[in-house]
Design a protein around this ligand. Structure first.
Ligand SMILES: NC(=O)c1ccc[n+]([C@@H]2O[C@H](COP(=O)([O-])OP(=O)(O)OC[C@H]3O[C@@H](n4cnc5c(N)ncnc54)[C@H](OP(=O)(O)O)[C@@H]3O)[C@@H](O)[C@H]2O)c1
Length: 307
């Protein structure tokens, strides 16, 4: 179940870690608890809404686009976000995130998650070092093997690096429902902290085996493609939200889609990607208020898929 941290205790916790001073805007003007979930392998709490960077942060050195992404990232932290997910596969995204984190100075709040993406299974340590340099971090919170590429060799090295204290958490990713059988075997056999996979209201394949297995094995789950790459917005068009959505603090379709995901009991975090401050604001709305219960989740599925 999600952990709801009362605002006062949340503030006290931040003060104890020194985060409150560096993270003041996260708390300004809101008298609500951010919804968090515990990472099963340690109990560390994470806000259930993070941020993806595929395409959206691949903006190179264009000053105007960098400024726009800076505003997105700034609001993300102000609204209590922590998990930022990237990959060497995402063009300049890692470099851009590193540059903007340096400008914004939110290193303490950041839960830095990236990936190893190389066929060369002897290149793991160098790949991690390259990403550290781009992000400007001394150690990643989470290092994932992108799309299971070369996973056997990389995972052995990532396990060593974690035991040496060079990484905090390790995991593997897939998306679009690919290679679920293989992922299931890895989750069964290997000591993973995290898996990342596609889960959203229109793609619920992971509910069958992978999400129950993650709960059984104590593996945190990150949902990628929470808006099915944006297609979910086309499905609902200008349709109004159901009247009862307000009861669970949903005031946008983005909130509807995200709260559906993070109300699944196996889910740790969803990572929507956006280029727009207004969209980021909507997405971070899902970090607050109540979550739908099982009956409401069924009604949500009916609305989107017709049952
Ligand atoms: N194999 C893997 O490891 C893997 C695979 C896929 C994705 N991922 C990760 O998951 C992240 C998310 O997936 P994704 O980027 O594919 O897709 P997504 O987050 O499902 O959708 C992104 C699209 O939704 C739009 N959007 C975002 N917020 C919106 C809002 N409030 N209202 C209307 N439109 C909105 C964005 O456009 P705007 O810019 O206009 O807001 C963008 O076109 C990626 O960025 C990446 O970090 C990992």
């Amino acid at each position: 179940m999600p952990l709801l941290i009362p605002r006062r205790r949340f503030l006290a916790g931040l003060a104890a870690t020194g985060l409150a001073a560096r993270w003041p805007h996260a708390l300004a003007g809101r008298d609500e608890a951010a919804i968090t979930r515990a990472i099963p392998s340690t109990g560390e709490a994470l806000p259930v809404i993070g941020m993806g960077t595929w395409r959206t942060f691949n903006v190179g050195t264009d000053p105007e686009l960098l400024d726009q992404r800076e505003q997105v990232l700034e609001l993300f932290f102000q609204r209590g976000g922590r998990v930022v997910d990237a990959s060497p596969m995402y063009g300049s995204a890692e470099k851009v995130v590193g540059e903007l984190i340096k400008r914004l100075g939110h290193r303490e709040a950041l839960f830095a998650a990236t990936k190893v993406w190389t066929r060369d299974e002897s290149d793991t340590r160098e790949a991690v070092a390259r990403s550290e340099a781009l992000w400007g971090v001394a150690r990643f919170d989470l290092m994932q093997i992108h799309n299971l590429l070369g996973w056997e060799g990389h995972l052995e090295t990532l396990k060593e690096m974690k035991s040496e204290g060079q990484l905090r958490y390790i995991g593997v990713t897939t998306s679009h429902g690919r290679r679920h059988d293989e992922l299931e075997q890895i989750m069964t056999r290997e000591p993973l902290d995290f898996v990342q996979l596609t889960y959203n209201i229109a793609d619920r394949e992971a509910e069958k085996r992978l999400l129950p297995l993650a709960r059984e094995r104590g593996i945190a789950v990150i949902a990628n493609r929470p808006f099915q790459g944006g297609q979910l917005f086309d499905r609902v068009g200008s349709q109004p939200l159901p009247a009862w959505a307000g009861e669970v603090g949903i005031d946008s379709w983005a909130g509807f889609f995200l709260k559906f995901i993070v109300s699944h009991p196996a889910m740790t975090c969803a990572i929507p990607a956006t280029t727009q401050v207004a969209h980021l604001r909507e997405n971070m709305g899902a970090l607050y208020g109540r979550l739908p219960d099982e009956a409401q989740r069924r009604r949500m599925i009916d609305i989107i898929t017709g049952g």
